[in-house]
Design a protein around this ligand. Structure first.
Ligand SMILES: Cc1cc2nc3c(=O)[nH]c(=O)nc-3n(C[C@H](O)[C@H](O)[C@H](O)COP(=O)(O)O)c2cc1C
Length: 371
């Protein structure tokens, strides 16, 4: 390996004492290939196994914590104990390759297609009916049930042998829908002020933490993924992101995961637009919790550029779809082996499940490919 890449391959110890072999993580990626009932399929195990080997951490696809949180066909489920045996296989598949297995836990809220949720009853923070989005506001009792469901999902992850959970508080799904003034116009204790809108994310975190304290017999990795800013007005600004990050940094998380399409992007508004979001967020965190960053880390030099901005952990998504052994090629100093586009003629070599393959083909440009 070229000496300059060594900072990517130093081991890392999370605040809870768990050590991972390097700074690289597989970003959570929905693969549209769990069984119809939400149980883990053989196809997704093959997909994960092909990518886990060279990484410190593997974050598996978002798994829905309640039936009405299902946002994708072929999404893995974690809302019932019946899923534990399959989840166990998923955790073991990752661990057998030497990586730590973290499962992302999720509720889609308004982003759930009505045909995927029971009785077509799509729920969110508020009653919403605009553009293509329609949802009913959750009652106070239902809010409490979903918070509890995140805690139960954490217990199941522990029982399945995972090394950690990551709360999916990003990408506009339910946890973010509560924080965002775009989707939350409630007038009760769960809406209105920044503090009230933040209550749901913090209550979810507390429920998960309680489950960890109660059920984990060894240190368990606890992460939270957030998106920094929304393009719409009203919508989350960097100022509100800083307030959330500040609150999250006071909780016993092992990492916060900033979800970005480009890891080195700069803010649109509400902060210094000349500096990268990761640097600004890191300033707010002020050493309280490590930050993981993601987004268009394609080349080894891209990863270094993020690492050099004092970011200890780097997640990689699409590039690991294209080049599953990306990290090994850096370590073996065979950079010429790294590919930057899928070659559709060589479909079999990628171990990409059918469902995901079809999504990639349909959304041309999302994941680069050549015919
Ligand atoms: C196929 C696919 C599925 C994804 N599924 C998830 C998901 O389940 N949870 C999540 O937080 N992000 C998801 N993402 C976003 C990625 O984790 C990542 O943040 C994004 O792709 C940007 O990083 P990249 O440029 O390295 O791909 C998905 C992305 C892709 C390409």
């Amino acid at each position: 390996m070229k000496a300059k890449f060594e900072p990517l391959f130093e081991s890392y110890t999370f605040p809870n004492g768990v050590t991972v072999k390097n700074r690289l993580a597989l970003a959570p990626m929905t693969h549209y290939s769990s069984n119809e009932d939400g149980s883990i399929s053989e196809e997704e195990l093959v997909f994960i196994k092909a990518r886990a080997k060279d990484l410190g951490t593997v974050i598996t696809a978002c798994a829905n914590v309640t039936p009405n949180g299902k946002a994708f066909p072929g999404q893995p489920a974690i809302y019932d104990d019946q899923f534990i045996p399959g989840l166990k296989k998923l955790a073991e598949t990752v661990q057998q390759e030497g990586a730590k297995a973290v499962i992302q836990i999720h509720h889609g809220g308004i982003s759930c297609p009505s045909e995927l949720v029971p009785d077509g009853d799509v729920v969110s923070a508020s009653n919403i009916d605009r553009d293509n989005q329609k949802a009913r506001a959750l009652s106070t009792g239902e809010i409490e049930e979903i918070i509890e469901a995140f805690g139960e999902a954490t217990r199941r992850a522990i029982e399945a042998g995972f090394d950690g959970v990551e709360i999916h508080g990003a990408n506009g799904y339910l946890v973010q829908q509560f924080y965002s003034p775009y989707t939350n116009n409630r007038t009760d204790e769960w809406g209105g002020s920044v503090e009230n809108r933040m209550k749901f994310p913090l209550a979810v975190a507390e429920a998960c933490q309680k489950a960890i304290d109660k059920h984990a017999k060894r240190p368990f990795i606890f992460g939270y993924r957030f998106s920094p800013e929304e393009p719409s007005t009203p919508g989350l600004t960097m100022t509100e992101t800083f307030q959330l990050v500040d609150a999250l940094s006071n909780l016993p998380f092992d990492y916060l995961h900033i979800s970005l399409m480009h890891a080195l992007s700069t803010p649109h508004r509400g902060a210094d637009t000349e500096r990268t979001r990761i640097e600004l967020v890191n300033e707010v965190i002020n050493g309280r919790v490590p930050l993981m960053a993601v987004g268009k880390v394609n080349s080894p030099d891209d990863a270094l550029a993020v690492r050099e901005r004092n970011i200890p952990l780097i997640a990689i998504g699409r590039e690991l779809l294209i080049s599953p052994r990306w990290a090994a090629y850096i370590q073996e100093d065979r950079l010429e082996k790294i590919e930057y586009a899928l070659n559709l003629k060589e479909r079999d070599k990628y171990d990409i499940p059918n469902g995901l393959w079809e999504v990639i083909l349909a959304a041309e440009g999302w994941v680069p490919f050549t015919r």
